[in-house]
Design a binder for this molecule. Structure first.
Ligand code: NAD
Length: 486
């Protein structure tokens, strides 16, 4: 394994012990055992990291777009050369299957750096002619030092979604990883640290209240970007309001996956693809903000489609995440495991019908103490808690709908609006459903694709702002206007 035994905070280009001298254990969900210790950062560490960022900013902020793009591309190259190392590190810390970290998480992160290197090179300023003698020049300028707080479900990719545009735009960064998965990003940092000047990227480890809150409320940062739960997002916005800084919030979801009756018109490859789409609630152990955690199936095909769908769920192989054939691995932490099990109880108590799963999975041997749960499907009504609250596990809440309007009404009957899937052979129906569902990303006849050049973010309580896409550069820049009379 590529991990060191201990990770301090990374400040000003050096690993620095935490001010309070305290550390906490990082536990692998694969076996439930600790494997390294992590600095328990607090406010003084955050202050030191923010100061290091401002020290580096005058030089970094003035590097040319070509220089920064070059560095981003070199980071991407370095990651590509170490793909396996990064994929295994993330799998070991998060519990997700290595086939996904190898094929999706790390390649997407690499592409993100390349995409923002290109977007930066293509970015242009503007000139407006005000009158015969007067010209207004519009410049993009970096914000300064920005804070970024990330969750544990894609430890490297969620960091890179924020790091790549912020670095491209010329900002310095203080990043706080999730306390459940703090080490993978240090494995990445060790690989690329020589490519970034000291202080450009600083990492303060620690818990939400102890390290995250001092970062989000730090008066010297110029923006806070956060990904995590909606309840935490509300707090982040409160902290940010004290200093009147912009926020980007990527929050929770309860995404509907809608199957219209024409998917079952023939038992062909399209039908097969839709059935695969039905199983996607279990992908990444359901620990995806856009997890299609509610399935809506049209009444006329309900029984047959659901029976075939459940057969497919039974074939999704669960096992050791480091095994290349494993499709579902371990939940990321014991807390998360307990939360999922408690929602299984809630589903049973509120009268939902358990169709499959519903318990912790004991995979035996070394994995007995790992955090595994069975992929689970409940049938019920959209008003139930298991339909309304984010479980963040491989638990599907399944219901039926009568017609198009009923489908849209159920799909939109939630606080959230992050993702959605619609499946139909009818292009016009797909388009109308895609427009009518209140979500920032609607997949049609596909799901779970996250290309760098497609804007991503939430409607309603799923967030504020967008990530990915070149528009992110704007979120990490401010506009300087020079109005000149000649
Ligand atoms: P979380 O809100 O508990 O924690 C996220 C991060 O915030 C962690 O680093 C944590 O330490 C920090 N934090 C917690 N309390 C804080 C506070 N008071 N002040 C500052 N920082 C604080 O979320 P989580 O459980 O780590 O992640 C799962 C959640 O993330 C789910 O709700 C999921 O939907 C969401 N998510 C959203 C997206 C998206 O793009 N919309 C992507 C991934 C995950």
């Amino acid at each position: 394994m590529s991990y060191r035994g201990r990770y301090d905070n990374f400040i000003g280009g050096e690993y620095v012990p935490p001010a309070n001298g305290k550390y906490f254990e990082d536990i692998t969900p694969v076996t439930g055992k600790p494997f390294c210790e992590i600095a328990r950062g607090t406010a003084p560490d955050v202050d030191a990291a923010v100061a290091a960022g401002w020290k580096a900013f005058p030089a970094w902020g003035k590097t040319s777009p070509a220089e920064r793009a070059n560095i981003l591309n070199k980071i991407a190259d370095r990651m590509e050369q170490n793909l396996e190392l990064l994929a295994v590190a993330e799998t070991w810390e998060n519990g997700k299957p290595v086939r996904e970290t190898l094929a999706a998480d790390i390649p997407l992160a690499i592409d993100h750096f390349r995409y923002f290197a290109g977007a930066l090179r293509a970015q242009e300023g503007g000139v407006s002619v005000i009158d015969e003698d007067t010209i207004a020049y519009h410049f993009h300028e970096p914000l300064g030092v920005v804070g970024q707080i990330i969750p544990w479900n894609f430890p490297i990719l969620m960091a890179v979604w924020k790091l790549a545009p912020a670095l491209a735009a010329g900002n310095c960064i203080v990043l706080k990883p999730a306390e459940q998965t703090p080490a993978s990003i240090h494995v990445w940092m060790d690989l690329v640290r020589d490519l970034l000047p000291p202080g450009v990227l600083n990492i303060v480890n620690g818990f939400g209240i102890e390290a995250g809150a001092p970062l989000a409320s730090n008066p010297k940062i110029r923006k806070i970007a956060f990904t995590g739960e909606t309840t935490t997002g509300r707090l982040i916005m409160q902290y940010a309001s004290e200093n009147l800084i912009p926020v980007t919030l990527e929050l929770g979801g309860k995404s509907p996956n809608v199957f219209f009756e024409d998917v079952a018109a023939q038992k062909d490859s399209f039908y097969d693809k839709a059935l695969e789409g039905f199983t996607f609630f279990a992908l990444n152990q359901g620990e995806v903000c856009t997890c299609p955690s509610r399935a809506l199936v049209q009444k006329s095909i309900y029984d047959g489609f659901v029976a075939d769908g459940l057969d497919r769920v039974k074939k999704v192989k669960q096992g050791n995440p480091l095994d290349l054939s494993t499709m579902i691995g371990a939940q990321a932490s014991n807390d998360q495991l307990e939360k999922i099990l408690s929602y299984m109880d809630i589903g049973k108590q509120e009268g939902a019908k358990l169709l499959i799963g519903g318990e912790r999975a004991d995979l035996g041997g070394d994995l007995t103490d790992g955090y595994y749960v069975q992929p689970t499907v409940f049938e019920g009504q959209n008003k139930m808690r298991i339909f309304q609250e984010e479980i963040f596990g491989p638990v599907l809440a399944l219901t039926s709908f009568t017609d198009f309007d009923d489908a849209i009404s159920i799909a939109n009957d939630t606080l959230y609006g992050l993702g959605a899937g619609v499946w139909s052979r009818n292009g016009s129906q797909l388009y109308r459903a895609g427009r009518a569902i209140e979500a920032g990303r609607v997949w049609s006849n596909t799901y779970h694709q996250y290309p760098a050049h497609a804007a991503f973010g939430g409607y309603k309580q799923s967030g504020i702002g967008r990530e990915n896409h070149k528009m992110m550069l704007d979120h990490y820049q401010q506009t300087k206007n020079l109005l000149v009379s000649y």
